[in-house]
Design a protein around this ligand. Structure first.
Ligand code: FHN
Length: 452
């Protein structure tokens, strides 16, 4: 008997140790815990605007990365002396986001090039040192509050301009012997404090954590520092070193961060861990003349697939050097907004699933309603795997006609109209006899569909 008890105790301890130190499940340490109310609110918003902007826009090359490449470092670091975007209007930008159906906005307060779009007490390499002399972050933060858009700030941990940051880029000849990363971390924290206390940022979207200058300890320390300044703050997983490349999710719970950050792709279906895909509406993050822009179809289907996978979409625009957002990008965003004005119920406040996304469909649900987003049009009938234990009370095209629904050979069969109602994404609504939240996610065989 004594021997059995000892074995049980040893087994339980081993399990506990595994959860804590080897990661992959188990609890994140208490002071790295996400503010669940803030997280839920943000997840319900589903769609935000990302903005990459700075003096580099004078050259139309990529922000940060073109320093020391397309634009010699000396020239790049002097661009701010010519930066005078007189047509910048926070009201216009926020109105464009709102018209697109976006519910939050994240602006690059400081990118890898180290230039600050606000009046920072800790550097002169900021917007007040330009001929423009207006605090872009102040105007945007206030306008977001005025128009009810959640305001957030991107902040690059990598700072290729700052003398104390210890990773050089772009052939930068400056030796790092005099550099002091601890001094840089003090600078970083002081600026983060400004963003939280002076601009009321709700989301800290860190980036540039992949370089050797940054490590796990610094990541966890920065997360704790920011959360103790403001508890209902959301901080992405690029505050720490857990992110596994562009797929964007952290490899274990030991790393800090409230949500994963897949980049330039729709994240993998995951309804257990929060995530947000950041994707450019064109190809470059910062503005580039005649950069290829995504079609309306691509934009809407990317949003539906992201929500259908359980994630948020942060769609990026790069405003021009005079401060305006390009008219064609404004028009594209407005078109997305028109689709959301009609079908937004199938995106905002929904969860991903229960049918997992495929090439031709994605699925979201809310309460007892399941929204099937169709990107291709089946011949005659839409067939879906059975939902055992659930009665389907009705089926209809969202905002449209009712449809005949039946069970056939263990499948749900929805009789469809001859043609899609919306070429980009026609939404079919199934109303169930009870909440859909307990349905375990289901794979939909690609070949279940006969497309005409
Ligand atoms: O280098 C940056 C890039 O410029 C852009 O900011 C994206 C946005 O997520 N992040 C980095 C690349 O991973």
């Amino acid at each position: 008997m004594k021997k059995t008890v000892l074995l049980v105790v040893l087994f339980l301890f081993a399990r506990f140790a595994q959860a804590q130190f080897i990661g992959g499940g188990g609890e994140a340490s208490p002071d790295l815990k996400t503010n669940l109310k803030a997280l839920k609110n943000w997840q319900n918003l589903r769609f935000g605007m990302f903005i990459h902007w700075g003096p580099v826009t004078l050259r139309g090359t990529e922000i940060g990365w073109s320093r020391g490449r397309e634009v010699p470092i000396e020239e790049y670091d002097k661009l701010y002396k010519e930066f005078n975007p007189v047509l910048f209007s926070a009201k216009e930008w926020v109105s464009v986001a709102k018209a697109a159906g976006m519910k939050y906005l994240i602006i690059t307060s400081k990118h890898h090039d180290g230039f600050c779009l606000w009046d920072s007490k800790y550097t002169d390499y900021d917007i007040l040192s330009t001929p423009f002399k207006r605090d872009v972050l102040k105007e945007l933060a206030e306008e977001c509050r005025r128009q009810g858009i959640l305001f957030g700030t991107y902040y690059s941990i990598a700072d290729w301009h700052h003398p104390d940051y210890t990773t050089r880029y772009g052939g930068d000849p400056r030796p790092i012997e005099q550099s002091d990363m601890n001094r840089y971390v003090v600078y970083l924290k002081n600026q983060v404090k400004e963003l939280i206390e002076r601009y009321g940022t709700n989301i800290l979207w860190f980036d540039g954590e992949w370089e050797d200058a940054w490590d796990h300890q610094k990541g966890m320390d920065l997360y704790r520092y920011a959360r103790q300044l403001r508890d209902d703050l959301l901080i992405n997983n690029r505050v720490d070193k857990g992110r596994k490349g562009m797929q964007g999710m952290s490899t274990s719970n030991k790393f800090a961060g409230d949500f994963g950050t897949p980049e330039q792709r729709v994240g993998t279906f995951d309804v257990d861990r929060p995530w947000e895909s950041c994707i450019t509406i064109c190809r470059q993050w910062a503005w580039k003349p005649n950069d290829r822009m995504k079609s309306l179809r691509q934009c809407i289907q990317t949003l539906a697939k992201t929500a259908g996978g359980g994630g948020n979409l942060l769609l990026n625009v790069g405003p021009m050097l005079d401060g305006r957002i390009e008219q064609r990008q404004i028009d594209r965003l407005k078109e997305i907004g028109q689709w959301l004005a009609r079908y937004g119920e199938s995106i905002y406040g929904t969860q991903g699933g229960p049918f997992k996304p495929t090439e031709w469909m994605a699925c979201t649900y809310k309460g007892n309603k399941i929204f099937i987003h169709l990107f291709a049009w089946p011949e005659g009938e839409l067939l879906l795997p059975e939902l055992k234990g659930y009665r389907i009370l009705s089926a209809q095209v969202l905002q449209g006609q009712r449809l005949k629904v039946s069970r056939q050979n263990g499948k749900i069969a929805v009789r469809l109209p001859a043609a899609p109602v919306d070429e980009n994404d026609t939404v079919i609504v199934l109303e169930l006899d009870k909440e859909a939240s307990d349905i375990r996610p289901l794979d939909v065989p690609e070949n279940i569909l006969r497309v005409n």
